[in-house]
Design a protein around this ligand. Structure first.
Ligand SMILES: N[C@@H](CCC[C@H](N)C(=O)O)C(=O)O
Length: 274
């Protein structure tokens, strides 16, 4: 199926270097296909991005945000993109995603989001079979004993001595595609520092290594609270692209504050990409 118009206006934005092509289809319908997403996301021949984001009308929220990874897969949540679209619309907004509704409040440099409550049951991650998701009895080489959290989308978190020493480009895709994870998974390696902050690197499902992952920072903070490694009241998460402030206490929504930057607005001729 082809998009209904041959010209496509888009916004290029990023949150801590996790970059997006954002298509505002609230007024004019656009049919996005996995083939078109892959073409637009391609950094050599397309516009280039980690995720393509499409805004659409919604019955139950101010608008809906659809999220496509660079490999064309449609997924449920994206924290950095939710900050970007909150900045783009410029007002408080309820954003419907297939992973739940996110509340966004813009500020001078980015946005604060209420990301909803995390889920921990094995079938809500989802895993292929039942196990304790707080101390998973599994390993992939030196990556052992992870914890799984679903914060709209699925994450597995490994607490390690030194995130820089993990060959995440090699191990990330092995874990992501393990049959234990029927919907694949985002792979986080994290270290809790002596001051209570968290250093984090993420291999994103359907995209690969990114400069930052907002849902990864939320899921990792939740995991650290559940393991009693941090209090979670206000945790700074250091990602390769910069810092996010995350807070969570059991029974509450996860809150994230961080920057969002508009790079440019552009227009393409879709026939050039199909
Ligand atoms: N970059 C995002 C997450 C994007 C989706 C993820 N790759 C998935 O497949 O769930 C973020 O900032 O949260």
């Amino acid at each position: 199926m082809r998009p209904s118009s041959s010209k496509l206006t888009f916004h290029k934005m990023h949150g801590l270097g996790n970059d997006f092509v954002i298509v505002d289809a609230r007024q004019h319908a656009v049919t996005m296909t996995d083939e078109l997403v892959r073409a637009l996301a391609n950094r050599r021949t397309g516009i280039g991005c980690d995720q393509l984001i499409q805004l659409e009308p919604s019955q139950e929220a101010d608008f809906a945000m659809r999220i496509f990874n660079a490999d064309g897969s449609e997924v449920e949540a994206c924290g950095n993109a939710a900050r970007c679209v909150t900045q783009l619309v410029g007002h408080e907004a309820q954003i419907a995603t297939t992973g739940g509704t996110i509340s966004g409040t813009p500020d001078d440099t980015g946005a604060t989001l209420d990301m909803g409550e995390p889920r921990f049951d094995w079938d809500t991650i989802p895993l292929a079979y039942a196990m304790d998701t707080t101390n998973m009895p599994v390993r992939w080489e030196e990556l052992t004993n992870p914890i799984a959290v679903n914060i709209g989308n699925p994450h597995v978190i490994f607490f390690v001595e030194d995130t820089a020493s993990v060959d995440l480009a090699r191990l990330g895709p092995i874990v992501e595609n393990d049959p234990l994870f029927p919907e694949r998974i985002n792979v986080n390696v994290a270290t809790v520092e002596s001051d209570g902050s968290i250093t984090l690197r993420v291999w994103e499902r359907g995209t690969g290594l990114t400069r930052a992952c907002g849902t990864g920072a939320c899921a990792t903070t939740v995991a650290a609270v559940r393991r009693k490694l941090v209090s979670g009241r206000e945790t700074t998460v250091h990602l390769p692209g910069g810092d996010l402030a995350i807070s969570w206490e059991p029974g509450q929504e996860v809150r994230m504050t961080g920057p969002a930057a508009h790079v440019f607005t552009g227009e393409i001729e879709l026939d050039d990409f199909l």
